[in-house]
Ligand binder design. Structure first.
Ligand SMILES: [Zn+2]
Ligand SMILES: [Zn+2]
Length: 155
């Protein structure tokens, strides 16, 4: 049932350290290329596509980095809980809490693209329960709410 844990949402250098630790736990190396992809992803407040990240890394590194290799790294980040896929935006965003696992609920602004997230384990457990009750083996509930962020609602 609901187990308590220290839910931490670090920022800046601390977030990068937490991400490195999560990679290590997953048995993966923190290579210079992976560090560059992570830095480019973390610099975005909005979900970024593998192409956006490839562009940013190419600029930062001064050499051509193809989207395909970025895809592989992003998928690895998702598997290791460093990044998350925002399905309805077909893009990726840095995971605010690489130290703990949640079925994050994304709130995506249709006007400015700002993407916030909330964690409500009660909602995701209900979804997993409903899927199981239907004889389905749930792996990952995807809950994304499209609408207007607070700033866009005011303007
Ligand atoms: Zn979350
Ligand atoms: Zn907005």
């Amino acid at each position: 049932m609901a187990h308590s844990h220290v839910h931490a949402e670090p920022h800046g250098e601390e977030l990068t350290s937490a991400a490195r630790a999560a990679m290590k736990r997953a048995g993966e190396q923190w290579t210079p290329m992976r560090a560059a992809v992570y830095a480019a992803l973390a610099a975005n407040e909005r979900p970024a596509s593998a192409y956006d990240i490839a562009e940013a890394v190419s600029r930062a590194e001064g050499r051509r980095v193809v989207a395909n290799s970025v895809y592989r790294i992003l998928d690895l980040f998702v598997a290791a809980n460093l990044a998350q896929r925002v399905e309805s935006a077909n893009a990726y965003i840095v995971n605010a809490h690489p130290g703990c696992l949640h079925d994050c609920i994304f709130l995506i602004c249709d006007r400015c693209g700002r993407t916030d997230h909330i964690d409500d384990d009660r909602i995701s457990q209900d979804l997993r329960g409903a899927a199981s009750a239907a004889g389905f083996a749930p792996v990952r509930p995807v809950v994304e709410v499209r609408g207007l962020c607070a700033a866009c609602t005011e303007s």
